[in-house]
Design a protein around this ligand. Sequence first.
Ligand code: UDX
Ligand code: UDX
Length: 455
Amino acid sequence: MSRFVSSPLLVLGHGHQYPQTGEIMLRASITVFGAGYVGLVTATCLARSGHSVTLLDTNGLRIEALNAGHSPIHEPGIESLLADGVRAGNLRFVLGSPEAIDLGDFQFVAVGTPVTHGGAADLRQVRAVVDTILASGQTGNTVIMKSTVPPGTGAHFAAKLAPRGIGYVSNPEFLREGTAIADWDDADRIVLGGDSAAADKVAGLYDDSSSTIVRTSIATAELVKYASNAFLATKISFINEIAAVCDLVNADVVEVARAVGLDRRIGKAFLNAGIGYGGSCFPKDTQALSFLSSFNGYDFTLLKAVIEVNSRQRMLPVKALRDRLGDLTGHRVAVLGMAFKPDTDDTRESPGIDIAYMLLAAGASVAGYDPLGLAQVNDPQFSQCATISEAMAGTSAVIVATEWPQIVNADWHVLVSSMVEPRVVYDGRNALDGASIRKAGGCYVAVGRPAECSV
Ligand code: UDX
Ligand code: UDX
């Protein structure tokens, strides 16, 4: 805290105004490594708080887009925060290796930690950043790990950095794509893992936040992130198991989840049954935690089941179509939603894309649609369509893979009439009105809900 330099008051054009009248803003100099979903939100929100932020990325296209005033990713609200930061002189973008620049007081690490084929976290990107910081020869600064790394990783980094007078704090991110800025502003908690001197400095960066700060050891902070994501994934797989039981007893999982979620001990969040979780976090973090447990001699049985249930969920629509249409060869099927969830352009581990490939393997031709025009399916039998109507015309079945409002609120009466028999509408997110699809002549099939269908 004491190392920050005082700066004049800043009033930004959009969103929040910092600081409140009469306060002196303590301004830190910060470098953020990685202009991905997490790094961009971290950099822009810290710049909005009045800090001086340099955002570094090794991807030239990302930096080019940023310097031209555009966000390289789709995240609601990010473009205006970027513009505000640049206008206020708090934000700049630098390509590649940072030898020539002063890395400042704090370095946030927000590069990717994908999963390896064996299920372990691939730490090459984070190691490269830590090595770069060491190579810069700076001292007295603090490295803050936002990227998700397995417990034990940070202690190793801290031991490498300490002899150079560099502090290390684990500060995991809990940002959901699509609502990441709101999640930053209204965080349920800010977890800081590290020794108290380093954690005190980092806490100063969050001075304008009213979120609870939780101080822990580095390993505990690292595990908080994995435990949180594994628990949320467990809730999803649990309700998906209940959906399977609903199918057996003719109950409706949407109503079950609503009533179960009203119990405050359980809560209603993350109880939406469907074709399961995707994205850049849950799949890789559940696998990495399971791997870490096995590697250390513990069989995390529950987590393995969570992962298995999730992979099964995305097979359900293809099975349902086979049950109703028989051999899928020659059938045209639409898949609506290529992003792993609404309001993002992220297609990592997206159920929609996996399902498209399964349908192609089963002999169908597939018409894909996403409001952001995302197409990642490389097959001559796959066509990417510009509109929902184009995708659905002449199809015998459609699968809703992502509950984008544009898809949910479309005119399903018109869409169903453009299909050919048996007009199966598989609602992979339990988001449509089954009765009206039936009324329009469609066969509505959902996950854990009674079908509205005569086929
Ligand atoms: C983040 C985290 O870092 C990950 O660990 C967490 O679990 C999920 O969120 P995300 O922001 O989604 O990842 O990553 P991504 O969108 O892949 O962006 C990473 C960026 O880092 C890319 O723009 C990439 O070009 C950049 N990068 C990567 C560097 O600048 N330097 C490198 O050495 C490697
Ligand atoms: C997640 C975590 O929520 C966030 O805290 C973490 O830091 C990054 O990973 P994100 O992956 O962006 O965020 O989205 P999230 O809203 O958590 O959804 C993840 C997946 O679960 C999506 O595919 C979504 O469709 C699915 N999901 C979510 C369900 O299937 N059912 C639900 O009830 C909720």
